[in-house]
Design a protein around this ligand. Structure first.
Ligand code: XUL
Length: 548
């Protein structure tokens, strides 16, 4: 979908640009000073067939999942080429980007010179094709580092200590454990590396023409940053080097990470000459630090109050909440720095089998698409007659489960092979939201109202179940489901106005841009789900402990 207002309605107003490099696509959004969307476009990675990905990812095996770093560069080339032919790029005052969290990019020795000297007569893709020491970097779906996670936790004194230090226990997809594994399985690639970026900081490095610092919100998803000080944690880096079987490499890891993380609202410089010459950006266009897609989503829905909770139904499902006094858990969930307020934090839960499970079951039970799926949902009652299903098509992050399995239980907790189509449709949706409620409770996340976003948030039948499970109203944004791209554009505005002095996000953005209440809870259904919660949680525990 592309929205573009031409001619006079652009009114010569200044623009702010946001870019989201997500799992399956790259999206670009330009907003004006009144925060209206003036342009949006996207490119699906599957259309870049030369990279041989399935929807943007390469599955080397069940747990080792990577993405070509050059594909991100080429997608950016393509989006900017189109953008420059359709809007007056010189009116862009500032830009920022969002990147799928945890994914890392390894740049080869000498790449900083390539970035500095990009030739504006050529695309970036052709100039950076040999710039990556590890051409396919691990992404958030990668769960191949259980051994490294265990070693890191052992070196630091246990999972709670790691969580207290970094905001999360050691997680397989986090950058620290991934670095440890790369040091071991690809020592040469590691030694040829000059810089490790996150996907978000790769995008800002391209725009800056030099390596950009990592921001502290995305940096919270690495198991490498001290969550209290936002500085690289020497003990964590030493533990990663030890887990990678090269304790002497601790200094090199620190060098590869670059300067300490910075707040996400910080301006990191002006756009490089390459973009001025090639696309016509103004030479004073500001680059605001990029951040992760979940922090950008929080900004995109303008979430500022505790009790407001975002449920993002994208490739992964996430639950996001603002917390002032965080208590990191050594068993589940994450605490991240808040990208719009340097004095507070955000809590996050991530479920890997989000769209993956929903789409697979939709295709299994009906071939006619989501309307037919919703029709099936209407044929069963809340609680699904006691049927409960667990759909772990990939190893799961929350709850931690390192194998794929699908299990179905009838109302007497008997394992059964199949549900009828209508029960199967309801089971996958109820299971996802019951699990969210169980784990949000575990983290003491107080849910008063829900802001839903991401692809599945356009489906009101699904949102009704979400509302009934949590017993609260669900709102969706009028600006559509691409909240991370919009959030990075909002952060570009925030960062621009924060230069040179910090300004509260609330002084620019009112709380919530969600004027539409899409679902109100049905009291009876909420009671049914509240009663089901204990049984659901018990079954989930038995599955993860392997004690069925
Ligand atoms: C969050 C996570 C996913 C990715 C998806 O911890 O792993 O939500 O950010 O892009």
């Amino acid at each position: 979908m592309r929205i573009f207002t031409t001619g006079t309605s652009m009114g010569g107003s200044n623009l702010f640009l946001g870019i989201d490099c997500s799992t399956q696509s790259m999206k670009i959004t330009a907003i004006n000073e009144s925060l209206q969307i003036k342009y949006s476009d996207q490119i699906e990675f599957k259309s870049l067939v030369q990279y041989k990905t399935a929807d943007g990812v390469i599955r080397l095996d069940d747990t080792d999942i990577v993405a070509p770093s050059l594909m991100f560069v080429e997608a950016l080339d393509m989006l900017l080429t189109k953008l420059s032919s359709e809007i007056d790029i010189s009116t862009i005052l500032a830009m920022s980007a969002s990147g799928q969290q945890h994914g890392s990019v390894y740049l080869k020795t000498g790449s900083s010179l390539i970035l500095q000297n990009l030739d504006s007569s050529k695309l970036m893709q052709s100039q950076l094709k040999d710039a990556f020491s590890i051409p396919n970097g691990p992404i958030w779906m990668n769960s191949s580092t259980s051994a490294q996670c265990a070693l890191i936790e052992e070196a630091l004194g246990g999972s709670q200590i790691v969580a207290d230090l970094t905001g999360s226990r050691s997680y397989e997809r986090f950058t620290g454990p991934q670095i440890a594994r790369i040091m071991e399985i690809n020592a040469e690639g590691f030694l040829n590396t000059e810089r490790i970026c996150l996907i978000s900081s790769l995008i800002s490095s391209l725009f800056l023409g030099k390596y950009a610092p990592i921001d502290s919100s995305d940096g919270s998803g690495m198991n490498l940053m001290d969550i209290k000080t936002s500085k690289w944690s020497q003990p964590c880096i030493a533990a990663v080097a030890k887990a990678g079987k090269s304790p002497n490499n601790a200094k090199k890891i620190l060098e590869l990470l670059g300067e300490n993380p910075i707040p996400a609202h910080e301006c990191i410089g002006t756009i490089s000459k390459y973009f001025v010459r090639r696309y016509g950006f103004h030479e004073r266009c500001l680059i605001i630090a990029s951040s992760g897609d979940n922090p950008c989503t929080l900004a995109g829905i303008r979430m500022q109050k505790s009790g407001d909770v975002c449920v993002s139904l994208g490739t992964s499902s996430t639950v996001l909440a603002i917390v002032d006094n965080p208590h990191p858990s050594g068993s589940e969930g994450h605490i991240l720095r808040n990208p719009i307020d340097p004095n507070s934090y955000m809590a996050m839960l991530c479920f890997k089998n989000g769209a993956l499970a929903r789409n697979k079951i939709m295709n299994d039970v009906c071939s006619e698409g989501w309307d037919a799926f919703n029709n099936l949902l209407s044929k069963t009652a809340p609680g699904n007659g006691g049927n409960i299903g667990f759909y772990y098509l990939d190893p799961e992050i929350t709850p931690r489960l390192n194998k794929s399995q699908t299990l179905r239980f009838d109302s007497s907790n008997r394992l059964i092979d199949l549900f009828d189509s209508a029960s199967e449709a309801r089971a996958v949706i109820e299971s996802q939201f019951l699990s969210m409620r169980v784990h949000a409770n575990n983290l003491n996340i107080n849910v008063k109202r829900i802001f839903a976003t991401g692809g599945a948030s356009v489906n009101t039948a699904i949102l009704q179940i979400l509302s009934n499970v949590f017993g609260c109203e669900v709102y969706v944004s009028k600006s559509g489901p691409n909240t991370a791209a919009l959030g990075s554009a909002y952060r570009a505005v925030h960062g621009y106005k924060c230069s040179p002095k910090f300004l509260n996000f609330s002084s620019i953005f009112t709380n919530g841009c969600f004027e539409t209440c899409s679902a109100k809870p049905d009291v009876k259904a909420f009671e049914v789900y509240s009663k089901m919660l204990g049984r659901f949680s018990e079954l989930e525990k038995r599955i993860t402990l392997g004690t069925l």
